[in-house]
Design a protein around this ligand. Structure first.
Ligand SMILES: Cc1ncc(COP(=O)(O)O)c(C=O)c1O
Length: 326
């Protein structure tokens, strides 16, 4: 599929399908496709499965016995890291921002983290980076050979997985004008941008920011894409102004869905039987719908929505979702 030579452990069901959405396309007057990375597998799927194939391979080749990572309480990345650790027979420690006593600590992704056997450390108001260092040191002293995976798995090893993912899409031979997806820690975007260069894809890559302003985030994504290119031995370099980070839909902020996200979730579910999530894909799809309705995405355009997963978080927002759907 590609000539990217990085060690990989097979964790994902690949290639993920590309579904055409006929009913939604009719309704919106565009041709809508979905790249189903919600179906990557590994404890309910999502974009992190792809990144973890390479990150876990690197951990194993470094002799690691424990995976450590951190995230928001409903982090999909943490849930999938816990699943990858279970699959490979490794320990997993997750540092989650928040207090153990807060509501929602036994539902959605947190419930799955526990089922998957991860040890959860709550920051309880302390600095998350400092706690990661502390946990790392504790695991080292206990002889557990820890391996630290950054937030969202977004380093050059994790991002390389999305360069490969874009080559996978290119090989599916579906011509599109737009590729719309959620961006947060930037690894998915950096990889997709690099993969588009490698595969000669002409579509406009339109990343919808879940939580950060365009500037300076675009600089970080560009820097990550370039470090990823170096890692895989590619000549390409991507400037910040070649990347689109659309921050118009951040709304009330991370993890705070409103009518934009809830409306998109409802529309995809009722018209196509596809579940989005309240934090990432609901926001990205809401932004895409808004751009189609305002004709910023022209009528008749061929649009790929890259579904990055996250559906287990739906349960953490059940009251809001139930109230919205009546
Ligand atoms: C469901 C989902 N979609 C999109 C993203 C964003 O991906 P990235 O962090 O690579 O920007 C995440 C990150 O956690 C996610 O969980």
């Amino acid at each position: 599929m590609s000539d990217i030579r990085l060690a990989r452990v097979p964790l994902a069901a690949l290639p993920t399908p590309v579904d055409e959405l006929p009913r939604l396309s009719d309704r919106l007057g565009c041709r809508i496709y979905v790249k189903r990375d919600d179906l990557t597998g590994l404890a309910m799927g999502g974009n992190k499965t792809r990144k973890l194939e390479y990150l876990v391979a690197d951990a194993i080749s470094a002799g690691a016995r424990t995976l450590i990572t951190a995230g928001a309480p409903q982090s999909n990345h943490c849930r999938q890291t816990a699943a990858a650790a279970a699959r490979m027979g490794l320990r997993c420690v997750l540092i989650l921002s928040g207090e153990q006593s807060q509501p929602q600590t036994s539902t959605g992704n947190i419930l799955l983290d526990r089922l998957l056997g991860a040890e959860i450390v709550w920051t309880e108001g302390k600095d998350r980076d400092a706690m990661m260092e502390q946990v790392l040191e504790g695991e080292r002293l206990a002889g557990h050979q820890p391996y630290l995976i950054p937030y969202g798995g977004s380093n050059p090893i994790g991002a390389a997985a999305y360069a490969v993912a874009m080559l996978e899409f290119a090989a599916q031979n579906i011509e599109v004008d737009w590729v719309v997806f959620a961006t947060s820690s930037g690894g998915t975007q950096a990889g997709l941008a690099l993969g588009a260069r490698l595969g000669g894809l002409k579509a406009r890559l339109h990343a919808i920011s879940v939580d950060k302003p365009t500037s300076p985030f675009r600089d970080r994504v560009s820097e990550l894409a370039n470090r990823t290119a170096e890692k895989i031995g590619a000549e390409y370099r991507i400037r910040p102004d070649e990347l689109i980070v659309d921050d118009r839909f951040v709304g009330a902020g991370y993890g705070k869905p409103d009518a934009l996200e809830l409306g998109a979730i409802s529309l995809f579910a009722r018209m196509e039987g596809i579940l989005l999530d309240p934090v990432y894909t609901g926001r990205a799809a809401g932004g895409m719908l808004s751009m189609i309705r305002s004709r910023e995405i022209a009528p008749g355009a061929r649009v790929l929505f890259w579904h990055t997963g996250g559906t287990p978080a739906l349960w953490a927002y059940s009251a809001q979702l139930a109230a919205f759907n009546g």
